[in-house]
Design a protein around this ligand. Structure first.
Ligand code: THU
Length: 140
């Protein structure tokens, strides 16, 4: 569980990042905030495209921002939407999270700022990760 000030900071940034969502097609805004092992946090939003399949979810935007700044080890991600209950991350985002956060905590935030916390093991059990590849592919 993420608690206290760390939780507040992450939730605040996820909600703030939601404002940047580019969603002319779905109108469904999502914001995310990643907490990396070195303590840095990175926000991201969903970014849609007229070619719908080119859309990037908020979670991946935030994870890619983190990784591209050298923060490859991710401890937690907060995800905020205007969903009345809770919007869970899509399958592609779960796979991307598993790559950079083997024990990643996933914090869901609904439109009333209510929070639930879960983890990647519960959302993506038996995931395919680098452990499943031959060792010679794992030099990096
Ligand atoms: N979306 C996310 O940003 N995260 C998710 O986990 C689910 C879906 C976005 C993608 C698209 O812009 C909109 O929500 C509707 O699918």
């Amino acid at each position: 569980m993420v608690m206290n000030e760390k939780l507040d900071r992450l939730v605040d940034l996820a909600i703030k990042s939601k404002e940047m969502a580019y969603v002319p097609y779905s109108k469904f805004r999502v914001g995310a905030a990643v907490l990396s092992a070195d303590g840095r946090i990175f926000g991201g939003c969903n970014i849609e495209n007229a070619s719908y399949g080119a859309t990037n979810c908020a979670e991946r935007t935030a994870v890619f921002k983190s990784v591209s700044e050298g923060a490859r080890q991710i401890e937690a991600i907060a995800i905020a939407s205007d969903h009345p209950t809770f919007a869970y991350p899509c399958g592609i985002c779960r796979q991307v999270m598993a790559e950079f956060g083997q024990d990643i905590i996933i914090i869901l935030v609904n439109k009333n700022r209510e929070i639930i916390q879960t983890n990647i093991e519960d959302l993506l059990p038996h995931s395919f990760t680098k452990k499943d590849l031959p060792e010679e592919n794992n030099e990096f």
